[in-house]
Design a protein around this ligand. Sequence first.
Ligand SMILES: NC(=O)c1ccc[n+]([C@@H]2O[C@H](COP(=O)([O-])OP(=O)(O)OC[C@H]3O[C@@H](n4cnc5c(N)ncnc54)[C@H](O)[C@@H]3O)[C@@H](O)[C@H]2O)c1
Length: 305
Amino acid sequence: MTNCLVLGGNGLIGSFIAEQLASQGHKVRAFDKFWEQDNLKSAAGIEKFKGDYLKRGDLKRTLEGIGVVFHSLHTTVPVSSIKDPLHDAETNILPAIGLLEDAVGAGVKKFVYLSSIAVYGIPEKSPISERASTIPVSPYGVSKLAIEEYVKYFGRAKNLDFVIVRPSASYGERQGFSPETGVVANFVFKALKKQALSIRGKGEAVRDLTHGEDIAKGVVKAAFTETKSRVFNLGTGKGISLNELAKKVGEAVGEKLEIKYEGSARGIQEHVYDVSRAKQELGWEAEIGIEEGVKKCVEAFREKI
Ligand SMILES: NC(=O)c1ccc[n+]([C@@H]2O[C@H](COP(=O)([O-])OP(=O)(O)OC[C@H]3O[C@@H](n4cnc5c(N)ncnc54)[C@H](O)[C@@H]3O)[C@@H](O)[C@H]2O)c1
């Protein structure tokens, strides 16, 4: 049994990490602002710690007695980081360095960092393996990569054990009911509100969409498995186009959806992972198929209308 701290413990992935850990008998502290819906309502055995990641004092207090830290929050997303790169760096890179220093000071044994597929940028080859070049195309991706390097530095300089996981695009019923929280939430939100879906280009962009609960299971396996590698891609390893996703959402809602194709396609067109390392070294594979995942989102979001 290990004392675990989950930063962003009320978030999509973090809340599933906290629950996974508790179900395996670990003692869990979930650190979050808890400013939106409570994703840990029914989670027994999880201590909720309300605090602000940007206040070093809050973080320091929550590190007391902790063995493993799961860092599962970022203050921006790629689009917002492009609008304000300085805010992205100031509110992610600098606090992460303070956190690593304080974790070492508090005697933390292992640091688990949730990075992102965004570190790869435009892939040279698909599917993307952990050996691919990291050339991020957003400040979000740059700061994820910078924090990865700081984690590795603290590993070398301070003997802090660590593992880095890079989730693919993740979704789930614990995301906010809003069009801003990812493509699945966006499509389901619009479908339930009977609004047309809006897709840039022809809808052929392909994503590796992974349910947050699957990502969380991979993260926990990565934290507690003795492995050769320290960096893992976590995703389904399967691509789905935006058009296919729209069809699945229409099927789950039970309606034919109107789609407005607007402008030309932008950004990365194919983001699909090679997940063989996680399969071989962690014995982990995503289990929740897109139909089931979309259905969970539709059911949960329907209740919020
Ligand atoms: N969701 C994805 O598609 C995805 C993909 C790749 C990587 N990631 C990364 O995985 C991690 C978790 O992502 P998620 O989707 O669960 O995010 P999320 O937004 O659902 O959860 C983040 C949580 O952090 C909390 N938080 C944010 N700022 C805070 C602050 N200043 N103080 C205290 N709490 C704060 C929020 O309240 C929220 O509950 C992040 O680092 C994210 O960048 C996510």
